[in-house]
Design a protein around this ligand. Structure first.
Ligand code: ADP
Ligand code: ASP
Ligand code: MG
Length: 401
């Protein structure tokens, strides 16, 4: 069998005309001798609108109900796409995530795919149907509908490609993966290829073009992923295993994340039990801590700064208040006006001086670094949000991205 999994994002199915365009592209692919499984996202801004509706009704909508609501967006687009294909004379069938046995575990709104039962999909393909699957959703052990986190349709598509042992084509509203989000830096260069490791870092650090978990799965199963335009017939970018893609480049790309909040707690008694208990409480609430730095103890007290997604701030505040009640001497500072700027590249492994160059260019532009972390292939720093445009442009120029 010559199966291919294609995924079309929200903008690409954002109107009747666009759905028809997608249908035509699918038919062309089928005519070239492929069996096609298509994953689609909700139309345009549907998911945003649904989230807004939920929060208009309730300050803290129950996550189970939120998942049920959000999963409806993709149900509209799968059925419309199936109708479009059938109107064009091609047999197609749409399925929700639960219908094709996309089993998930973990918390509502942040679930992870555990496994997929391919029986229904393979049966439909054998009947020469085009199979359309709703992205972003699955079903948990209680038979409740779950979602995979915003942007999760990429993960649905790659997961399907992994279990069907097929390549995955992600069609979107840009021509591929660029060194920098082309909306932030229009001169950005498109990458022909990028390896899983770099793409995973970029995606996790805020390059919203791909859902990080999709890259994790692709890497685990060695599934080739193409990212390309849903409108133009251009080569796009291939995400695959491999070493460096551009000889001599120390940095492959940069990412900026504006959804992090920096929290600083001053005057914490220097006691590992106190610190670990505090972070365990955040973990129990599934709050994803990103960067952490701790000052050296002075007179038995330390300061700790950390960052967490702004969407988790309300949950974090409850834990912070309880911590303050227990340790009244502490001082809590919350700074939402920060951005995390990261540069990523496997070239950093073999080239020295990248950090020095990065810090120098920020300093030359009077951009303050509030926190820094590094790994073997990335450097991230927290900067003030007001500096982000300048920081992106100057970093992109300096590293020729
Ligand atoms: P879709 O709805 O197709 O899933 P997304 O909005 O999730 O599309 O992702 C595509 C967007 O990702 C682009 O419009 C672009 O602005 C953004 N983006 C962020 N970083 C990058 C990057 N490095 N390369 C390409 N696009 C990027
Ligand atoms: N519709 C979902 C979202 O907007 C999933 C996706 O588009 O990938 O986040
Ligand atoms: Mg997306």
């Amino acid at each position: 069998m010559n199966i291919v999994v294609q995924k079309y994002g929200g903008t690409s199915v954002g109107s009747v005309e666009r759905i028809k365009n997608v249908a035509k592209r699918i038919i062309e692919k089928k005519k070239s001798g492929h069996q096609i499984v298509v994953v689609v996202s909700a139309m345009g801004k549907t998911t945003d609108d649904l989230v807004k509706l939920a929060y208009d009704i309730s300050k803290a909508p129950p996550k189970r109900e939120l998942d049920r609501l959000l999963s409806t967006g993709e149900q509209i687009s799968i059925s419309l796409l199936s109708m479009a294909l059938q109107a064009m004379g091609h047999d197609a069938i749409s399925f929700t995530g639960p219908q094709v046995g996309i089993r998930t575990s973990g918390r509502h709104t942040k679930s992870r795919i555990e496994g997929i039962d391919t029986t229904k999909i393979l049966d439909a393909l054998n009947e020469d149907k085009i199979v359309i699957v709703a992205g972003f959703q699955g079903v948990n052990e209680n038979d409740d509908v779950t979602t995979l986190g915003r942007g999760g349709s990429d993960t649905s598509a790659v997961a399907l490609a992994c279990v069907l042992d097929a390549p995955c084509e992600i069609y979107t509203d840009v021509e591929g993966i660029y060194g920098v989000d082309p909306r932030l830096y229009p001169q950005a260069k498109k990458l022909d290829t990028v390896n899983y490791e770099e793409m995973l870092e970029m995606a996790s650090l805020g390059a919203g073009v791909m859902h990080p978990r999709a890259i994790e799965l692709g890497s685990k199963y060695n599934t080739k992923i193409l990212v390309a335009s849903s409108m133009l017939d251009l080569p796009g970018t291939i995400i695959k295993k491999g070493e460096h893609n551009m000889e001599g480049q120390s940095i492959t790309g940069l990412a900026i994340d504006n959804d992090e909040t920096m929290i600083t707690i001053r005057n914490i008694p220097f006691d590992l039990n106190i610190t670990s208990h505090f972070f365990s409480q955040l973990a129990n609430k599934s709050i994803n801590i990103d960067m952490i730095s701790q000052s050296a103890p002075i007179d038995g007290f330390i300061n700790i700064s950390f960052t967490a997604p702004t969407s988790d701030l309300e949950d974090a505040k409850i834990i912070l208040s309880a911590f303050e009640e227990k340790h009244p001497g502490i001082r809590i500072l919350i700074n939402e006006n920060v951005s995390k700027l990261s540069v990523v590249g496997v070239g950093m492994r073999s080239q020295s001086g990248v950090a020095a160059k990065f810090f120098q260019l920020l300093s030359d532009n009077d951009i303050q670094m509030l926190m820094i972390t590094t790994s073997e292939i990335r450097i991230s720093c927290i900067i003030k949000s007001k500096d982000r445009e300048l920081a992106v442009t100057e970093t992109a120029k300096a590293f020729d991205l």
